[in-house]
Ligand binder design. Sequence first.
Ligand code: NAD
Length: 235
Amino acid sequence: MFEDARAAVHAAKRIAVLTGAGVSAESGIPTFRSNGGFWRNNRFEDLATPEGFARDPKFVWQWYEERRRGIAATRPNAGHEALVRLEERTPDFTLITQNVDGLHDAAGSKNVIRLHGDIWTLRCTKCGAERVSREELKDLPPNCKCGGIERPGVVWFGEDLPPGAIERAAEAVQRAEVLIVAGTSAQVYPAAGLIPLALRHGATVIEINPEETDFSDEVTIALRGKSAEILPQLV
Ligand code: NAD
């Protein structure tokens, strides 16, 4: 099974990859659903909705700033690095990520679609201006030059994805001969819908996850294990 996956990856000229929180687990970033995971003792309605932010922007920012500092102390792992090598040798390669941590960029991946935004981007709630800052944010909530309050540039529950992102991802998946799905529980839509889309278009879909997901029975090849170990072997 592993050899079949490796052969498919090596033969393909058009590859798409969908990643989730699991690919960053071995860098030390907790996944969404892991024990003591992403939200810990907080309710996501308070931290990850526009309504929660409107109620208490300082509280939301304090939590995001703690996440930002935690992520700033991490480094890409062997899984992120393997995907950079795969991009270098594949003529048509698209990396679609649900992660907001920026570790694919830090590793050197180039063609990245960030479906759920980026924790290092700040966006003004008044004029919409965006800026990237990795600095520690001291005065919370931060303010835009126009005077408006800035928010984290991530997609919250119930919000639209960044303009054009899912369309570009769907095009890449429909072209792909191989779709690698790594480190995602595939429960968040529309991202998870890319898996059946690839299958309908005849792609070989390879899942990498230590646990079963809702799509494990449908994918072409399910590889059980950690992405930082399996991706380098596959590539
Ligand atoms: P998820 O937490 O729902 O699922 C993580 C998946 O990764 C699980 O299926 C788990 O079995 C698997 N996994 C755990 N360790 C792994 C490893 N070492 N190698 C491979 N797989 C491993 O995450 P999701 O599907 O990405 O959905 C959660 C949402 O939360 C996303 O929308 C994302 O935007 C956000 N989120 C992002 C980060 C991040 O940027 N690093 C972290 C947590 C949550």
